[in-house]
Ligand binder design. Structure first.
Ligand SMILES: [Fe+2]
Ligand SMILES: [Fe+2]
Length: 155
């Protein structure tokens, strides 16, 4: 009879998120930042409890810069769904800051839960809002087929 229970004292490898081809948007700087974003998530999934707060803070620093870079790109291209895209970034950062306070209070498991929950969010965000922004950055806002409305926005 087999058992799925872990053996006490035997460490299991931390869960790690592999890069998905559909996240590649063919804008080199955005893709590089998104690879780093996934690496930061994998770091949060891998660290022991006593390094979790530092990992969350590192993730926050990277994500603030990531979102600021996209905000500047949206400003420079007068990206139509700019407000919606920035609003989603702001909502994610607000949740991450709340979780950061819980981790600072000793709830390390929620740091790993945050990392896991960010993956489906990123999967959706990258293929909608970021994909539309990448298209405009590569092709120009007036290119044939450029997103004209709130592509990817739920608001
Ligand atoms: Fe992004
Ligand atoms: Fe974005």
């Amino acid at each position: 009879m087999t058992s799925t229970a872990t053996t006490p004292g035997v460490a299991t490898a931390p869960k790690q998120i592999p890069w998905q081809d559909e996240w590649t948007l063919n804008h080199s700087q955005m893709d590089e930042t998104h690879h780093e974003f996934i690496a930061e998530i994998n770091h949060m999934l891998a660290v022991p409890d006593d390094e979790m707060l530092a990992a969350v803070d590192q993730f926050i620093d990277h994500t603030v810069a990531h979102f600021e870079q996209e905000r500047v790109w949206m400003e420079n291209t007068n990206f139509p769904p700019k407000g919606c895209h920035i609003g989603e970034h702001d909502r994610v950062l607000a949740i991450v800051q709340q979780v950061r306070q819980m981790v600072a209070g000793g709830d390390y498991a929620i740091g790993r839960r945050l990392a896991e929950e960010l993956v489906p969010w990123f999967n959706q965000h990258a293929q909608t809002m970021d994909a539309a922004l990448a298209y405009v950055l590569i092709e120009g806002p007036d290119a044939e087929g450029a997103p004209k409305s709130h592509d990817g926005c739920a608001c």
